[in-house]
Design a protein around this ligand. Structure first.
Ligand code: BYC
Length: 473
């Protein structure tokens, strides 16, 4: 198996697609449906071409090629990380056995389910971000949005390849369904909650790419450990692309915070809304929202699904090889967050296997905290006392142990009335959203940037900020 992609084919790939005519034909018949979905649900803003990165190799160095590309002509392809012929399953009851190159019959439906759930999120995010181009704060940001979009499209291809190649007719049907469900649709919504929420403005986009794409990083990290080798290799390569998406989120929020801090200092006031910025308390509310809906994406605090996935060798832990235990967990336990019989938030000891969603969520939370620290350093160096913080794990949850209660960002349980009365100070209100939206006027002029956000420190791929990242018709 070579690592370089074959671009002479209709569908660029490094999986030797031309050797399997049936599979090739099946994917080539899905391709026009994908393109028609991209045309109707993908980026709405008309452009001539965009300075985009395209994957050309899966090796460590030089895996991407940058050039101006008309978006519908982007070469979405199928790339798996290089195969390690000696790879063995690293956890669960099959630990030590050779990794599977085919789907084991007894795990077929569970694996298919995991791949469908993963695949469903990718086009969903493109749909959520469809209209953002019209209000981009700069050409640099516009280009980053489109980069994220085309790569989420490629991640959809990655999952569709697995469905077509390994799951027969049912897999092909599921691949068609991935284009039929739509974010926010009343009849056929996307599978997971966060992917049916709107991304109506750029602060939401940055929060989404910081918090929700980061869930993607952790979920892909667990699927990268999978005993099913093609899934593992697919996820490994997706993670490489994912890093840029989170960079967009981290630095996007940096720049919004930095601009708010500048306006506060310049005008010696907290009232930055009147000065064209986004107030820190509104940034906090957006953070609260995106963080809490992303926590839901990890499933329940305890879950028999996740225990079964792990034992079967389908879905591992974050950093599985570096965990210092037997990688089977049959006799281990873990403390998870619970709602006690007394109605209070506490902890309970459960079997480590059923607590694996909690284990992963905790890894994620620790990672989320690093961004918050970074944003607070920006405030600190501007001499501003306000600090951003992650709300309590029970705050605004719709899935898991806290789905049935309301809690404040500091973790106090509230009555339904008190929640209704106070939620406007913790989650974006219509007034906050209207204000943020009112700032979202497009700046599509080379080298210019909207007033609510600071310019980036660097451009893309060594290009300056004032590079013509996007050409218009
Ligand atoms: N919304 O046993 P439980 C990304 C369902 S993001 C709606 O606790 P489990 C990306 C659940 O399906 C990463 N329903 O759940 C980011 C189950 O239903 P069944 C996406 C939910 O299975 C940005 C029931 O509730 N990848 O890549 O342990 C841009 C009981 O739940 C939700 C994956 O998620 C929810 N939030 O864990 C682009 C990886 N949560 O079985 C892309 C694959 C749970 O009773 N998925 N339910 O009918 C999984 O590993 C697991 O399915 C989950 C849920 C972690 C999602």
């Amino acid at each position: 198996m070579t690592t370089a992609a074959d671009y002479s084919e209709k569908i660029p790939n490094n999986v030797g697609l031309h050797e399997d005519r049936r599979l090739q034909r099946a994917l080539e018949s899905w391709q026009p449906d994908f393109l028609s979905w991209w045309g109707s649900m993908g980026p709405a803003l008309p452009t001539q071409d965009v300075y985009l990165r395209t994957a050309i190799n899966v090796g460590r160095e030089g895996w991407a090629h940058f050039a101006h590309v008309p978006m519908p002509e982007y070469r979405w392809g199928i790339f798996l990380a290089e195969r390690d012929p000696g790879r063995r399953i690293g956890f669960g009851e099959h630990k030590g056995e050779p990794a599977w190159q085919k789907v084991p019959g007894e795990y077929r439906s569970a694996l298919q389910r995991l791949i469908v759930v993963q695949g469903d999120t990718e086009p969903a995010s493109v749909e959520q971000q469809r209209n953002l181009g019209a209000t981009a704060p700069s050409l640099y940001d516009l280009r980053n949005l489109f980069q994220v979009n085309v790569e989420e499209g490629r991640h959809l291809w990655a999952m569709v390849y697995l469905l077509h190649a390994y799951f027969g007719r049912e897999g092909r049907e599921e691949a068609a369904e991935l284009l039929r469900r739509n974010s926010g649709s009343a009849d056929a919504p996307r599978i997971l909650g966060a992917f049916n929420e709107e991304t109506p403005d750029w602060l939401s986009f940055f929060m989404f790419t910081y918090f929700t794409d980061r869930d993607g990083k952790y979920q892909l990290g667990t699927l990268k450990e999978s005993g099913f080798d093609p899934l593992s290799r697919t996820c490994e390569f997706m993670l490489k692309e994912e890093a840029h998406h989170m960079f967009v989120g981290t630095t996007g929020v940096d720049r919004v915070v930095e601009r708010a801090a500048q306006l506060m200092t310049e005008h010696d006031t907290d009232e930055v809304a009147a000065r064209g910025g986004i107030p820190l308390d509104v940034i906090q509310k957006y953070l609260n929202f995106h963080y809490s809906v992303s926590l839901d994406l990890f499933g329940g605090e305890t879950s028999t699904n996740v225990a079964n996935y792990y034992t079967a060798g389908l879905k591992g832990r974050w950093n599985e090889p570096r965990r210092n235990d037997d990688h089977k967990l049959t006799s281990e336990s873990i403390m998870v967050d619970t709602l006690g019989d007394d109605g209070q938030i506490g902890q309970a000891e459960v079997a480590a296997l059923t607590g694996l969603n909690t284990d992963l969520r905790r890894e994620y939370i620790a990672d989320c905290q690093t961004g918050v620290n970074r944003w607070n350093r920006i405030l600190d160096s501007a001499g501003i006392e306000f600090r951003l913080r992650l709300p309590h794990v029970a705050f605004n949850r719709q899935v898991g142990a806290f789905a049935g209660i309301e809690a404040s960002p500091s973790g106090d349980i509230l009555s339904a009335e008190e929640w209704e009365r106070r939620k406007g100070s913790w989650l974006p209100t219509d007034v906050d959203k209207t204000h943020v939206r009112s700032l979202m006027r497009p700046v599509h002029e080379r080298g210019k940037i909207a007033a609510w956000i600071a310019p980036p420190r660097n451009g893309i791929n060594g290009k300056p900020f004032d590079y013509e990242y996007v050409h218009f018709p």
